[in-house]
Ligand binder design. Structure first.
Ligand SMILES: [Fe+2]
Ligand SMILES: [Fe+2]
Length: 336
């Protein structure tokens, strides 16, 4: 055991581990350093080193510390413990001690894992698993829609399909919440969340080679990419999903307001709000990510690029995106 001195504000440095949080970790090898408060000396001490084996006695003692409220971990380890807590996502609604940054990371991990499960097996059960975690996210936002700002702060820049989809979800939800303000309805928040996270589900049909080389595409490669819309819709149809908002996100996220998009070259008025905002969130998430053919762009700069492209992107939405990234959601949500 080694000593450590807590900062003046202990809660800023340590997260208290409740019995429920402890149950999310592997019993024998907790993945993070574990600390306890030693009342006799009035200090926090390290009890367990990350990934080392914990014997039966050690497990019992750790469980006792947790039930007595004196077990802690370092908040700096949040990316590690978020991965484990994400398997029991409901904890973010019942545990009070998480910071908004920790909650955002837990949601990111949980939703990308759940989406990966579904993309690997686009069947009913993984679809329901994803839907369950999305409804926890909606529950979390419904309590205070301004919480969406912390989700946007935690976007990841490493690219993979699931990460891109969760980035698109977080940005799209922020735009939806800002665009609707007082008229926001829980059911439509849930539908738009499902549509945003699923918007590229047909991409699993496109080869990685084509996806990594989009600057040198021949016509058949381009068709293969454009076909991800139909491929996604076909999968949703097999699952019996007919929610119009979910379908609008899938079918319209590559349409552009000047009619230059695909697959139907729809124009301004025929585009739905979910379709237009999914298009903005999708393009933004793509620009800020690291790809083999481009460096990640700074977020504020990316918002500016989309705002300047007024022919193709809905200007009201790109303006909201710029406000989101420069001033947060408060100026919009507080305006009458
Ligand atoms: Fe797409
Ligand atoms: Fe996308």
């Amino acid at each position: 055991m080694s000593d450590t001195t807590p900062d003046s504000s202990m809660a800023e440095v340590y997260l208290q581990i409740s019995p429920n949080i402890l149950a999310s970790f592997p019993k024998f090898r907790p993945p993070v350093d574990i600390y306890y408060f030693d009342d006799r000396v009035g200090r926090v001490k390290r009890y367990h080193e990350a990934d080392k084996r914990l014997g039966t006695e050690g497990q019992a003692l750790v469980a006792t510390f947790a039930s007595e409220g004196v077990l802690f971990l370092l908040r700096d380890d949040y990316r590690v413990y978020a991965k484990h807590l994400s398997k029991n996502l409901g904890l973010v609604l019942t545990e009070d001690d998480f910071t908004p940054q920790e909650v955002a990371e837990i949601f990111f991990q949980a939703l990308s894992d759940r989406l990966n499960d579904f993309l690997a097996q686009p069947k009913e059960q993984p679809y329901e698993g994803l839907g369950k975690d999305i409804s926890i996210l909606v529950e979390y936002l419904w309590v205070d829609p301004a919480r969406v700002e912390c989700l946007v702060d935690c976007l990841h820049t490493e690219y993979d399909l699931a990460g891109h989809s969760v980035n698109t979800l977080f940005v799209g939800l922020a735009l939806f919440i800002m665009a609707l303000k007082g008229k926001l309805k829980r059911a439509s928040l849930l539908s738009v969340a499902m549509g945003l996270i699923l918007h590229d589900m047909g991409m699993t049909n496109v080869s990685k080679f084509i996806l990594d080389n989009t600057s040198f595409l021949v016509r058949t490669d381009r068709e293969s990419i454009e076909n991800h819309i139909d491929a996604g819709l076909a999968k949703l149809k097999r699952l019996g999903v007919s929610d119009p908002i979910v379908l609008q996100c899938l079918t319209e996220h590559h349409e552009r307001v000047d009619g230059s998009g695909y697959p139907q070259r729809l124009m301004n008025k025929s585009l739905s709000l979910p379709g237009r905002l999914c298009g903005v969130a999708d393009s933004f998430s793509a620009i800020i990510s690291e790809r083999p053919y481009h460096e990640p762009m700074d977020r504020k700069k990316a918002a500016l690029v989309l705002m300047k492209d007024a022919k193709r992107y809905d200007q009201a939405l790109t303006k909201l995106l710029a406000v989101l990234l420069t001033q947060g959601v408060a100026p919009v949500l507080q305006a009458s």
